[in-house]
Design a protein around this ligand. Structure first.
Ligand code: 3H9
Length: 694
């Protein structure tokens, strides 16, 4: 079966790309498009061509899974050139998403007719790449270099109306798309003339160049890390400075170099990892999700309110429940306030706000959860409190309702045991702010029913989240590894580093914030109280504890690890904190020394990788790539390094094992001794990726 079929209608050949699920341009598809173009060129009965696609997506772009493998002919630029050079006019019929190489195919067509719901974009930047099949040259010629650059820099697709306004689409079909595109193609053939994008220069004015250079300069300032932004600037500038063929060759050279760059490999790893996370090993397709038409959230604090907003946003009616009317009123006011801010900012319309508020009902008392299909408990983080809530929910909710807890640390199995239906209990660990953060750890208890897990993952996606299944342990995946970093950061302070040095190493690595600036923002008292409550399970954080004892809670008190004069958001070094750290080192009998950036990175991140390996050994995460996306989406680990486990492979697992052995010997902390899995993989040159494939 060829992935491109030819359907002839009244002098027009309709080429239908049919390569489910998203019509990616694999070698077979590229070859079939080239063959089809050649076949219809030779057919005297055909005057014009429409390029269409089957399914919901037009073409999602190059087949990303082919990147990094030996190239297979024909290359996409050759196919694109064959379309542009066709002696019969070609019109693209864009039914859905036209992305990356998919849009580049369409740009080489002589016109583009789009469905009203179509979206067009060049998202290569998000994969650490730039368009590599003429997009950087043809798009500026069609719509101007400045708007084209902005579109490629954001990577976000534009809807049909915007594409029409930009001049990217020639028409929006008001009836049948294929008929519209075929008519357009027939009309071009009848007129006997059509334009090729590469021959256009009317949009490339002096003003356009000035506008492009201004946005490009801004973009370069903001992007020191991934080489694709400078490459994009250089490629687009070629539209003004180089003949078309030369500029195209420069684009191709950039593209090839970027495909081989570790940052693009890492971003592609994240792309596939996010999709892989949806698959639960051993879970068959016969396990169906339970219907969720009505939800309840227990606790109207910041977390509960945020979770209720997620349901409202997804159009699922939700009852927000509190024990006392005052707390409920405050929670509802907070939600309203959040929405009002979005309306003021222009990111939400008043009508959308009203619709969301209408989806949230406030109620006092757990009985209000009686008819919910799912109840998410977001009450105080205390086992006694949770046990009481779940005991009552067990009595008042209907059979088959899912009872979820948003606990960050508590034992989901112990919570499930307080009910008569542990099979219906699951953890839904949202991250704060819950209505914004994409990560959702779905905690599968020992007795959680398969369909409850499937429903939770399905619901997570409906709420716009990235749900990742994890098992029960203290802190689950994300916080369990975070504890290792917190511990390591504190150790670094006692060993000789200062907060600003540790934070700088972390932001240089690509995080938006270092651990100490983060602690000041979140409030040092929160961790301090949590450590007291957790007792032996808590990490040792003597510096943070000492600061908290002094009432230095961070930004909210104007002083923490740093000083915040006059309500400043960014802290400055504080001699008092630094003296306190030195005193604590002395008290512990540690001779302080300085650390390089690389040493700080190793001391912070190797213990996390080690914990990740233990998490895999214990089966708490199904695969290393799940751990990676948890850290990328929940803890701001820089995506261009692929997440902690992918990064570790780049560093070399043997190097990490050796580093951990040294750290364990120096600190006497046995938990830093390399995990058996890590040692095994390091010993036989294995990798986490290979582990998953096996
Ligand atoms: C490019 O085009 C370079 C060119 O400039 C130059 C070349 C020379 N390739 O996301 P979904 C798979 S770079 C291979 O769950 P949705 C995906 O892994 C490319 N596979 O569906 C999944 O597989 P599975 C620029 C791909 O409906 C399945 O399809 N393009 C590709 O939520 C369904 O995907 C992009 O960056 C691909 N290109 O969203 C667009 N795309 O079922 C990337 C998807 O086995 N794609 N798959 O897990 C997307 O953004 C979304 O997939 C899309 C559909 C919005 C299209």
């Amino acid at each position: 079966m060829t992935p491109v079929r030819i359907e002839a209608t009244n002098g027009v050949a309709v080429l239908v790309i049919d390569n489910p699920p998203v019509n990616a341009l694999s070698a077979a598809v590229r070859g079939a498009i080239a063959d089809a173009i050649a076949a219809v060129a030779a057919d005297p009965a055909i005057q014009a061509i429409a390029l269409a696609a089957a399914g919901k997506v037009f073409v999602a772009g190059a087949d990303i899974s082919e990147f990094g493998k030996p190239p297979l002919p024909p290359a996409l630029p050759e196919v694109v050139a064959a379309i542009e050079d066709s002696a019969k006019p070609v019109v693209a019929a864009i039914n859905g998403m036209a992305l990356g190489g998919g849009l580049e195919l369409a740009l080489a067509c002589h016109a583009r007719v789009v469905a009203p719901s179509a979206k067009l974009g060049l998202p290569e930047i998000k994969l650490g790449l730039i368009p590599g099949a003429g997009g950087t040259q043809r798009l500026p010629r069609l719509i101007g270099a400045a708007p084209a650059f902005a579109l490629m820099l954001s990577g976000d697709p534009v809807p049909a109306q915007k594409a029409l306004a930009l001049g990217l689409a020639d028409a929006i079909a008001d009836g049948d798309l294929i008929v519209g595109a075929a008519d357009h193609a027939r009309a071009l053939a009848a007129a006997g003339s059509w334009t090729k994008a590469r021959e256009r220069a009317d949009k490339l004015t002096t003003e356009d160049r000035a506008a492009f250079e201004a946005v490009a300069a801004e973009a370069l300032k903001r992007s020191a890390r991934i080489p694709n932004v400078p490459a994009l600037v250089d490629a687009v500038r070629g539209v003004f400075d180089k003949p078309f063929a030369e500029a195209l060759a420069a684009e191709r050279a950039h593209f090839k170099a970027l495909v081989a760059d570790p940052s693009s490999k890492a971003l592609r790893h994240v792309f596939f990892a996010e999709r892989e996370a949806a698959r639960i090993p051993g879970m068959g397709k016969e396990v169906k999700a339970r219907p969720i038409t009505k939800a309840a959230v227990i606790g109207a604090g910041t977390m509960g309110g945020g979770i209720a907003m997620c349901f409202a946003q997804a159009g699922i009616p939700v009852t927000l429940i509190e024990v006392k009317a005052e707390a409920l009123d405050a929670g509802m006011a907070r939600i309203r306030g959040n929405y009002e801010t979005s309306v003021k900012r222009g990111s939400l319309s008043q009508a959308a706000m009203d619709a969301r508020m209408a989806h949230i009902t406030a109620a006092v008392g757990l009985e209000a959860a009686a008819d919910a299909d799912i109840v998410v408990e977001a009450a105080f983080e205390d086992m006694g409190v949770k046990a009481e809530i779940f005991g009552t929910l067990d009595k008042v909710t209907r059979p088959g309702a899912i009872l979820a807890t948003n606990t960050s640390y508590l034992d989901v199995d112990a919570i499930a045991a307080t009910t008569s239906r542990p099979q219906d209990v699951v953890g839904l660990h949202f991250f704060s702010p819950a209505n914004v953060m994409r990560l959702l750890e779905v905690v599968r208890g020992a007795k959680t029913a398969p369909d409850v897990l499937v429903t939770s993952l399905d619901l997570g996606r409906k709420l716009g989240k990235l749900p990742v299944a994890v098992g029960v342990c203290y802190g689950f995946v994300g916080n369990r590894m975070l504890a290792k970093r917190t511990q390591a950061a504190e150790r670094l302070l006692l060993a000789g580093a200062l907060p600003h040095e540790v934070d700088a190493a972390v932001t240089d690595f690509g995080f938006r914030m270092g651990p100490f600036a983060m602690a000041d923002l979140a409030g040092i008292d929160i961790g301090w109280r949590a450590r007291k409550a957790a007792g032996d399970k808590a990490v040792k954080a003597p510096v943070a504890d000492a600061l908290a004892e002094l009432g230095r809670f961070g930004q909210k008190t104007g002083r923490g690890f740093y000083l915040y004069p006059e309500g400043a958001r960014a802290g400055v070094r504080d001699p008092e904190t630094e003296a306190l750290i030195v005193a604590l080192s002395e008290k512990a009998g540690i001779a302080r020394r300085s650390f390089t950036r690389e040493e700080i990175e190793a001391r912070l991140f190797y213990p996390m990788v080690n914990e990740g390996a233990k998490i895999l050994e214990e089966g708490i995460a199904a695969r290393a790539s799940d751990i990676d996306i948890i850290w990328v989406n929940g803890y701001n680990w820089p995506a261009f390094t692929g997440g902690p486990m992918h990064w570790a492979e780049g560093v070399g697992l043997a190097k990490i094992v050796a580093g951990l052995e040294e750290m364990a010997a120096e600190t006497g902390d046995v938990s830093l001794e390399p995990a058996a899995l890590l040692k095994r993989l390091a010993g036989n040159a294995g990798s986490f990726a290979a582990l998953e494939a096996a």
